[in-house]
Design a protein around this ligand. Structure first.
Ligand code: MF3
Ligand code: CO
Length: 254
């Protein structure tokens, strides 16, 4: 069932979203050659703690996810587990951050470039963000979720990229994953109607090559089957009278 949030609940979504944006900003600064993905997780955990929030990813699912953020390097699409792996010049790393504050959540992801990155990876990251904004344009009352899905898919496929099918955007609020599902592919005019007061995540997961993915034996890490890179861009949005509002938005500096 899709939840409709009232004004005071929407304000709490905004506060949680600001916390997520603050974390991503700090992670972007820290994402340089030589840093480990575990160090990035420590930064996120410290900021959440200082704000008096919590990290819903810790202990989530089966096997329990062991960290606050997901760090997905190069061919890993999502759910990479922070570790002692050092990031290298030329890598791309997606940091996917969920934080809870005062009972409500924000969820957002950015793919950061580590040092000098090849042109094809840089374009993949830039165009994945463009896919998100094409979807966002469709996120207003009177439309349906399928309008968002179709816009994201059309943008990604216009570049010859793959759209991952196995993972989707989702409703969010008091829980990290709620109704409705927000796929990155589909037909316009289908899916749940969009109403004022809804909160959900739009999160294109786009591959440079084929769209097939698999699950590693750790139960979480999802790489591409062909080993080619993947990018991810996500914001939590709330639907207001003025249209969609991104609660987690911040503009990357590099
Ligand atoms: N932001 C991720 C998502 O929307 C959270 C992954 S759950 C975790 O699916 F526990 F793996 F972190
Ligand atoms: Co999400």
């Amino acid at each position: 069932m899709v939840e409709i949030l009232n004004d005071s609940e929407l304000d709490k979504m905004r506060a949680a979203g600001r916390l997520v944006a603050k974390i991503l900003k700090a992670l972007e600064k820290a994402a340089v050659p030589g840093v480990t993905t575990k160090e990035l997780d420590d930064i996120a955990q410290d900021i959440i703690k200082e704000a008096g929030g919590s990290a819903p990813c810790v202990g989530y699912g089966r096997p329990p996810f062991p960290a606050a953020i997901c760090t997905s390097v190069n061919e890993v699409v999502v759910h990479g587990i922070p570790s002692s792996r050092k990031l290298c010049e030329g890598d791309i790393v997606t940091c996917d951050v969920v934080a809870e504050l005062d009972g409500f959540m924000g969820d957002a992801a950015r793919t950061f470039l580590i040092g000098e990155v090849s042109e094809d990876k840089r374009l993949l990251v830039e165009r994945t963000k463009e896919c998100f904004f094409k979807g966002l344009e469709q996120a207003h009352e009177g439309n349906r979720i399928g309008d968002i899905s179709h816009a994201v898919q059309t943008c990604a496929e216009s570049y010859g990229y793959g759209v991952v099918r196995e993972l989707e955007g989702h409703g969010i609020g008091r829980n990290m994953h709620q109704d409705p599902d927000v796929p990155n592919y589909g037909k316009p005019g289908r899916g749940h109607r969009i109403y004022k007061g809804m909160a959900f995540c739009i999160e294109p997961m786009i591959t440079m090559g084929r769209r097939e993915v698999y699950l590693e034996s750790d139960g979480w890490t999802v790489p591409t089957c062909d080993g080619l890179p993947s990018a991810h861009y996500e914001n939590t949005i709330i639907i207001t009278d003025q249209g969609p509002e991104m609660t987690t938005y911040y503009e990357e500096e590099k």
